[in-house]
Write a protein that binds this ligand. Structure first.
Ligand code: MN
Length: 151
């Protein structure tokens, strides 16, 4: 599942992790949101599912309250070690720019279907039930809507 991740990167140039064998000591599943100041500033939302970080790029800060829907574009799976990554991806490399962890924590997967994922997040910024709904976006249908569910 990580072929696409590895294909896009030159590990002799980027400080990003190249393998997936780093795992937090906790046996709970983790999520991370990385603020990525790339060509376009965005937030990368990643959920540990099936041993990798399923990933979405969210063009604006993820909502802390219900009522705001964000577009989330699914991107390639990332290795679990990526949840600890912060740093500067060099100019000319894929995703060039600064990566900072904006939020991180554990989560429970409440629903995992082809077109809908529901998670309960336990972060500092994001807490509560969040929903991802697959929508049509371009040819590849990688667009999802991402929002907090009302309590
Ligand atoms: Mn990114």
């Amino acid at each position: 599942m990580l072929e696409e991740y590895e294909k896009k990167r030159h590990f002799e140039k980027t400080p990003e992790p190249s393998f997936s064998d780093l795992k937090e000591s906790s046996d709970k599943t983790i999520f991370v949101v990385q603020r990525h100041d790339a060509r376009n500033l965005h937030y990368d939302f990643r959920l540990e599912i099936d041993g990798v970080l399923k990933s979405w790029a969210v063009p604006k800060q993820p909502p802390k309250k219900a009522g705001t829907k964000r577009l989330a574009i699914q991107t390639e799976d990332h290795p679990l070690a990526y949840a600890n990554f912060e740093g500067e991806i060099p100019a000319g490399e894929y995703g060039a720019g600064k990566v900072e962890i904006w939020d991180r924590g554990t989560f429970e997967l409440q629903k995992h279907e082809e077109k809908e994922i529901v998670v309960t997040l336990h972060g500092e910024e994001l807490k509560g039930d969040y929903v991802l709904i697959r929508t049509k976006y371009g040819k590849e249908e990688k667009g999802w809507l991402f929002f907090k569910r009302a309590d």
